[in-house]
Design a binder for this molecule. Structure first.
Ligand code: BDP
Length: 714
C-alpha cells in the first residue's frame, strides 16, 4: 500500500514482494501487453475466486490494463485451472502428465488451442493452480520473457510450515517486529485484513502450514473459547492452501482437563487427548496437527512420568491419526542434570528411539546441534534416524543474528545446512559415498520417508512492514522458496526478492545482491568467528556477554561454550573431549577431528586451540581472531557506504530506514568486536595487533551494559 504522509509518498513495506508495480522495461511491457489479452480461470471454489482476483489485480498493476475474464479463448488468453475445472486444461495436458504433478505441483506452458496462443497454468487442485498463478506473476514482476514457457514445479517437501512463537497475550517470544498479528481478543468476530494478506504472502511462496502458537505452550489455546478463534483463522487460510496447527502443552489434561496426571500411558489421559482431537476437528476439519516441545527448558513432557519421548508423541499421534493429523515432536532437548556436552544430548536421547514412533510423527530438528547460533555444523541426527521422518527447523526470526537491527540474509546459512553431506548412506548409495545431504534427509528421498516437512520460526509481527527490518522480509521469502525447492540458489532467491520488493534496476540488483550474499559471513565474523557460539547476553540474547558465568544453569553460560583459558579457547568435542564428533558418520568426523584439517569455520566448535596455534592464514589463533572481528566490522562499514550510493534507486522511506538500521548495525558490530576481544584478551594476554583501531571503551564498560526491556524476551 502506498501511504501519503503530508506531501510525502512513502513505501511502507506492507506489500512485501507482491507489489505488482508497473513493469519498468518499456519494450517488455509492450510485449507483455500484446501477449496477454484476457483470462479464463476455472472453478468456483473460494480458491478459484482468489485466483481470478490475483491475476486481475496483479496484471492490472503490472501491465496497467484491465484483463477481462473471457468465455471464449482469443489470442493471448491465460487459461488457469485443473482438468476438471477447465476443459481446455485437460486438452492441453495429457492426464498422465498432470498426474506427475501430485497435489501441489503446477505447469506453466505456452501453447496453442484452436489456433489461438494461450498461456496455460495447470495443476491438479485449485491451490496448485494458485501456486502457478503466483509463479507466473513472479515472472512478470521479475521481468522475465514469457513467450516460450515450459515450467514444471513440484514442491520437494510436503509440509512447508511457519512456527509462530506467539503468545495468547500477543507478545512474541524472540519477535522483533512488534506484537503478534493474531488479535485473539477480537477473534473470532473480527477478521483483520492482515490475516488475508498473510495467507496470500505465504501462498505466494508455497508455505502451506502455520503453527499459530508458541512452543512454550499455553494449554488454554486448546479450550473451546480459543478453538473458535483458531477456526476463524483456519477459515481465512484454507482457500490459500494453508493448514493450521497448534502447539500442545503436554500437561493440558491436568491444567484444563481436571485430570491428576498427564502420563501418556494412562487410559484416561489417552482418552482425554482423543476427545480433544475429535473436538478440534469439529471446529477445524482440516486441522494439521500438533507441534510439541516436551521436557525441554522447563516444559512438561512424558519424562515427568518416566515415559519416553516416543510414548508421548505416539499418544498424541494416535489421537489425531483418525483425522489425518500429524505430530511434530521437537528434538530440542537438553538437561543441565545430564553431565554431558549439551550439543550431544538430542542425539543421545532420540537416536535410540528410531523406529519407535507412529507413522504420523515427525521429529523436528534444529539445523544445528545447539540452538540456532550464527553458525553451527549440521545436527548429527540428520541421517541418523532412517526410520523416522526428520523435519528441519530453521529460525527465520533473528534471535541470535542481530535481532531487530541487522541486515542479514539467512538463505546462505539455510543452504549451508541443507547442502551439508551427512554421509549417512541412504538407500541406493554405496557405503562411504558422498551425496546424502541434509536436504535429501529432510525431503525424504534418502530414506524414503512417507512424510516430509520443514519449519521456519517466523519473523512476522504487527509492524507495518511485517518483519521490522525491511531486509528481514527476504528471510521469510527465502525460507518459503527453499522449503518448496531446496535446489534454488541463495543468489537466485535474492535476485527474485530484490526485483519484486525494490526494483528491476541492474545496478541496484547487483549491489544489493552482493550485500545480501556476504551478510551472514559478515555477522559471523564480528559476532562468533571461527566456530565460537553462544556468547551473547543472557536472557534477551542481545549483544555480546562472553563473560557470563552465573546463569541459572551451567549450559546457559557463555563460559561453558567458549572455554577460554590461559592456554587457548574452544570446546574440545573430539575423542579427548566430549566426543560429540562420534555422533557423525566417520567420513564427516574424519574431516573435523584433526585440528589441522578442520575447516576454520568450525575450529573452535570442535577444538580447544592454543592462542599461538598457527592458522592456515599464517596468523596465530589470537591474531586470526582479531583479524576476523575487525574484518567483520570493516565489511559492515563498507555496506553502509554501498547503501548510501543506492539512494536514487530506492524510495525515500525504505532508504532512510535501512540507512538508520545500518548505522546501528555498525555500532553493534563494533560493540561485539571490542567486548569479545577485550574479554578474550584477559586469557590470551596478547595485544591487539598494531594497525587496528583500539577499542574505545573498557571491558568494564561493556560488562556494565544492561537491557532490561530488550525485545522478544517474554
Ligand atoms: C531458544 C530460545 C527460546 C526458545 C527455544 C526453543 O531462546 O526462547 O523457547 O530456543 O527453541 O533459542 O524452544
Amino acid at each position: 500500500m502506498l501511504i501519503i504522509t503530508g506531501c510525502l509518498l512513502a513505501e511502507d513495506g506492507y506489500r512485501l514482494w507482491l507489489r505488482y508495480d508497473a513493469v519498468s522495461d518499456k519494450a517488455l511491457l509492450t510485449k507483455y501487453k500484446t501477449g496477454i489479452n484476457g483470462m479464463i480461470a476455472g472453478g468456483n471454489s473460494a480458491t478459484a475466486v482468489i485466483i481470478k482476483e490475483e491475476l486481475q489485480n496483479g496484471l492490472k498493476g503490472l501491465l496497467g490494463k484491465n484483463i477481462a475474464s473471457l468465455t471464449n479463448i482469443v489470442d493471448g488468453t491465460i487459461v488457469a485451472g485443473t482438468a476438471e475445472s477447465l476443459a481446455v486444461i485437460g486438452t492441453i495436458f495429457p492426464l498422465f502428465e498432470l498426474e506427475k504433478l501430485g497435489k501441489e505441483g503446477f505447469f506453466i506452458t505456452t501453447s496453442r488451442f484452436n489456433g489461438k496462443k494461450v498461456i496455460a497454468i495447470a495443476g491438479n487442485t485449485d491451490v496448485a493452480v494458485l501456486y502457478g498463478v503466483f509463479h507466473f506473476l513472479r515472472l512478470l514482476q521479475t521481468q522475465q520473457p514469457i513467450d516460450k514457457l515450459n515450467i514444471v514445479s513440484i514442491p520437494k517437501i510436503q509440509n512447508r510450515i511457519l512456527n509462530h512463537w506467539d503468545n495468547l497475550n500477543r507478545t512474541v517470544e524472540r519477535g522483533y517486529a512488534g506484537s503478534s498479528i493474531w488479535d485473539w481478543h477480537k477473534l473470532p468476530g473480527y477478521i483483520d485484513q492482515r490475516y488475508i494478506d498473510y495467507a496470500k504472502a505465504n501462498a505466494s511462496i508455497g508455505i502451506n502450514g502455520t503453527v499459530l502458537t508458541n512452543v512454550n505452550a499455553n494449554a488454554l489455546v486448546l479450550t473451546k473459547m480459543y478453538l473458535e478463534k483458531v477456526a476463524a483463522l483456519a477459515n481465512v487460510f484454507r482457500p490459500y492452501g494453508i493448514k493450521v496447527y497448534l502447539t500442545a502443552r503436554f500437561s493440558a489434561p491436568v491444567e484444563t482437563g481436571g485430570l491428576k496426571t498427564a502420563d501418556p500411558l494412562d487410559t484416561q489421559v489417552r482418552e482425554w487427548w482423543k476427545k480433544k482431537a475429535d473436538e478440534i476437528y469439529q471446529y477445524i476439519p482440516d486441522f494439521g496437527g500438533f507441534l510439541v516441545k516436551a521436557n525441554s527448558e522447563g516444559q512438561p513432557g512424558p519424562q515427568n512420568y518416566k515415559r519416553t519421548h516416543a510414548d508421548g508423541a505416539n499418544m498424541l499421534a494416535d489421537a489425531v491419526a483418525p483425522h489425518g493429523g500429524m505430530v511434530m515432536w521437537r528434538a530440542f532437548v537438553y538437561s543441565n542434570e545430564t553431565p554431558d556436552d549439551r550439543s550431544k544430548q538430542a542425539y543421545s536421547e532420540f537416536k535410540p528411539l528410531d523406529g519407535q514412533f507412529r507413522k504420523n510423527v515427525l521429529l523436528q530438528v534444529k539445523n544445528g546441534p545447539l540452538d540456532f547460533q550464527p553458525r553451527e555444523p549440521f545436527h548429527p541426527l540428520f541421517g541418523a534416524m532412517p526410520q523416522t521422518p526428520l523435519m528441519m527447523e530453521f529460525q527465520v526470526t533473528q534471535e541470535y543474528l542481530g535481532q531487530a537491527t541487522s541486515l542479514v540474509y539467512l538463505s546462505t546459512m539455510f543452504k549451508e545446512a541443507l547442502d551439508a553431506d551427512t554421509y549417512s548412506k541412504g538407500k541406493g548409495l554405496p557405503a562411504g559415498q558422498a551425496g546424502s545431504t541434509v536436504a535429501k534427509v529432510v525431503d525424504g528421498s534418502l530414506d524414503n520417508y512417507s512424510i516430509s516437512a520443514m519449519a521456519g520460526v517466523a519473523n512476522i509481527g504487527s509492524d507495518r512492514n511485517w518483519t521490522g527490518h525491511p531486509f528481514a522480509q527476504a528471510n521469510w521469502y527465502a525460507y518459503g522458496r527453499l522449503a518448496w525447492d531446496h535446489d534454488l540458489t541463495s543468489s537466485q532467491i535474492a535476485d527474485e526478492w530484490i526485483r519484486q520488493t525494490f526494483t528491476n534496476e541492474k545496478t541496484y540488483i547487483t549491489a544489493v545482491k552482493r550485500i545480501m550474499m556476504s551478510s551472514h559471513e559478515t555477522l559471523v565474523n564480528y559476532m562468533t568467528p571461527l566456530g565460537l557460539n553462544h556468547i551473547m547476553g543472557t536472557g534477551h540474547h542481545y549483544g555480546p556477554a562472553p563473560w557470563v558465568s552465573n546463569a541459572g544453569r551451567a549450559d546457559w553460560n557463555p563460559v561453558y561454550f567458549h572455554k577460554a583459558d590461559s592456554i587457548g579457547i574452544g570446546f574440545d568435542r573430539t575423542a579427548t573431549g566430549s566426543n560429540a564428533l562420534s555422533q557423525y558418520a566417520k567420513e564427516v568426523s574424519d574431516q573435523w577431528k584433526d585440528i589441522n584439517n578442520c575447516p576454520d569455520e568450525y575450529l573452535l566448535w570442535f577444538h580447544h586451540v592454543k592462542w599461538d596455534y598457527k592458522m592456515r592464514s599464517g596468523r596465530t589463533l589470537w591474531n586470526e581472531l582479531c583479524y576476523k572481528y575487525y574484518s567483520g566490522v570493516d565489511s559492515i562499514r563498507a555496506v553502509q557506504h554501498q547503501w548510501n550510493k543506492l539512494e536514487k534507486y530506492v524510495d525515500k522511506a525504505r532508504f532512510e530506514q535501512v540507512k538508520m538500521l545500518l548505522a546501528i548495525q555498525v555500532k553493534e558490530a563494533i560493540w561485539w568486536r571490542n567486548a569479545c576481544l577485550l574479554y578474550f584478551q584477559t586469557f590470551s594476554q596478547m595485544p591487539i595487533p598494531a594497525g587496528y583501531e583500539k577499542p574505545d571503551q573498557t571491558l568494564e564498560y561493556y560488562k556494565g551494559l544492561s537491557f532490561p526491556y530488550a525485545p522478544g524476551n517474554g
